[in-house]
Design a protein around this ligand. Structure first.
Ligand code: G3I
Length: 381
C-alpha cells in the first residue's frame, strides 16, 4: 500500500509564528482563516500530474535562455510542467527584426525543447499593443495595416501549424478608461483598423491553423471592484460580438496577475464564479494563463508572507478550478528565481519577491502546496 506523505509542514521551521490563524476579510464576509495546516497536500506528485488527473493542463512561462543556462531550473520546469508558454520569444519585438523579416530562431529552439521533454507549447501572442517593434510607426499605415497584420499572422501561425496547443490571438485589447466604444483600448491596431482588427486576427488564425485553440487573453478580470467589473462586462461584450460576427474565438485567457494585498479587499468569490459561468455559457473554454501573486506591501517575514501568498492562491484557484470550463492553469514563471515582478513590482524594502510556486532555491513553498491542493480539490473535467 502506498505510504501517505503530507507535504508542507515538515519543511517548515519556525512554525510557532503561525500559532494564530490569519483571518482575511473581503468586501462581503470572512473568506478564510488561513494557517499552515490549510495547505497540507497528499503525496509528492508534481503539479502537472495533479492537474492531469483532473484533465487540466498545468504549466508556466519561461524565456529560452533560462532553460539553456540553468539546468537545475530546467529540471524542475520539466518535472512540474505539462505546458510551456514562451515569455517573449513569440512577441513581435522578438520575431520581427524588420518589416520584411522574421526571426524564429529562439522560438524554434523552445518548441524543440518542448517536443523533446513532453511539454505542450502555447503561442503568446499574435496581436499586442505593447510589443510593437521600433520600425512599426514609420512603416504601418491605414493603407497597409491589414495586409501587414494578415501577413504576420499567416507566416507565424503557418510556421507552427499543428504544433501548438493554443494561440493568444489577441492580448489585452480592452481598457475601459480610454473611453472608446465597447471599452476597446486605444492601440495602434485600433487606430489603424478599428475594432475589426480583432475579427481579422481570429479569422486569419483559424484559416491558417484550425487545430490550435484560439484564445482572447486579458488581465484585470479578477476582482469584484468597479474597474474589474467594468472590464469583465466589456470582455463579455467583446466575446459576444466576435462570436456574433463569426470570428472564431474559442477561449478566454484570464491572466490573473493578482496582488495578495488586494485580495481581502477586492476579491469577491461569488462574482468571480458568476463571471466564469457567463464566459462558459458563451460556449467558450477558459485558461488561467499568467497566474502569480505579487507580494507588494506584504510583511518582510518570509513565513508570514508565504502564508498570505498561499492563501491568495488558494482563494483564487478554489473558485477558478471549480468551473469545469477552465481547462488549463499556467503560472507566469515557476520559481522566484525568475519573475517579471522583480523588475516591474519590486518590494519597497528591496527584499527578493516571492510570487511563484517554487522559491529562488527551486524548493516547493507554501504557494506550491496551495496550487497542488486546489488541483486536488478540483472536479474532473
Ligand atoms: O532582451 C533584453 C535584454 O537584452 C536586456 O539585457 C534586458 C535588460 O532589462 O532587457 C531585455 O528585455 C526585456 C525582456 O522582458 C526580456 O527579459 C524587456 O526589457 C522587458 O520589457 C521584457 O518584459 C516582458 C514584458 O512582458 C514585455 O514583453 C516580461 O519579461 C514578461 O514577463 C511580460 O509578460 C507580460 C505578458 O506578455 C502579457 N501579460 C502581462 C505580462 C507581465 O507584464
Amino acid at each position: 500500500m502506498r505510504r501517505r506523505n503530507f507535504l508542507g509542514l515538515s519543511a517548515m521551521s519556525g512554525v510557532g509564528i503561525f500559532g494564530g490563524a490569519h483571518y482575511l476579510l473581503n468586501s462581503c464576509n470572512v473568506v478564510k482563516a488561513a494557517s499552515q495546516a490549510d495547505f497540507m497536500v497528499q503525496g509528492t506528485d508534481p503539479l502537472k500530474v495533479r492537474a492531469a488527473a483532473k484533465n487540466i493542463i498545468y504549466g508556466a512561462t519561461t524565456h529560452l535562455e533560462k532553460l539553456q543556462k540553468d539546468p537545475a531550473f530546467a529540471q524542475q520546469f520539466v518535472k512540474e510542467c505539462g505546458i510551456l508558454v514562451p515569455e517573449g520569444e513569440l512577441k513581435w519585438r522578438s520575431l520581427r527584426p524588420s518589416s520584411t523579416t522574421f526571426n524564429f530562431q529562439s522560438a524554434d529552439v523552445l518548441l524543440q525543447y518542448c517536443q523533446q521533454n513532453n511539454l505542450l507549447m502555447r503561442g503568446h501572442t499574435l496581436v499586442w499593443h505593447s510589443s510593437i517593434p521600433d520600425w512599426f510607426a514609420g512603416t504601418v499605415t491605414t493603407q497597409n495595416a491589414e495586409q501587414i497584420l494578415v501577413d504576420h499572422i499567416t507566416t507565424v501561425v503557418n510556421h507552427y501549424k499543428g504544433k501548438l496547443h493554443s494561440w493568444d490571438v489577441v492580448n489585452e485589447a480592452i481598457n475601459v478608461p480610454d473611453g472608446n466604444p465597447d471599452g476597446l483600448r486605444t492601440s495602434p491596431w485600433l487606430s489603424l483598423l478599428g475594432p475589426r482588427y480583432l475579427d481579422i486576427a481570429f479569422k486569419t488564425t483559424a484559416t491558417v491553423d484550425p487545430s490550435a485553440l484560439r484564445v482572447y487573453n486579458e488581465f484585470g478580470l479578477d476582482y469584484g471592484n468597479s474597474s474589474s467589473v467594468q472590464k469583465r462586462t466589456a470582455t463579455l461584450k467583446l466575446l459576444e460580438r466576435l462570436l456574433n460576427n463569426g470570428s472564431p474565438v474559442q477561449a478566454l485567457g484570464i491572466q490573473a496577475h493578482i496582488w495578495s494585498r488586494d485580495m481581502p479587499k477586492y476579491f469577491n468569490p461569488a462574482s468571480f464564479k458568476q463571471f466564469l459561468k457567463d464566459v462558459a455559457s458563451l460556449g467558450l473554454k477558459i485558461l488561467i494563463t499568467e497566474l502569480d501573486v505579487a507580494d507588494v506591501d506584504l510583511p518582510l517575514d518570509i513565513p508570514s508572507r508565504d502564508l498570505l501568498i498561499a492563501t491568495s492562491y488558494q482563494q483564487y484557484l478554489d473558485v477558478a478550478l471549480a468551473e469545469p470550463a477552465v481547462i488549463a492553469l499556467l503560472t507566469w514563471g515557476l520559481s522566484d528565481r525568475y519573475t517579471w515582478i522583480s523588475d516591474y513590482y519590486p518590494r519597497s524594502d528591496g527584499a527578493p519577491v516571492r510570487p511563484l510556486p517554487l522559491d529562488a532555491q527551486l524548493q516547493r513553498k507554501l504557494a506550491w502546496n496551495a496550487i497542488a491542493g486546489a488541483l486536488d480539490r478540483a472536479p474532473k473535467r
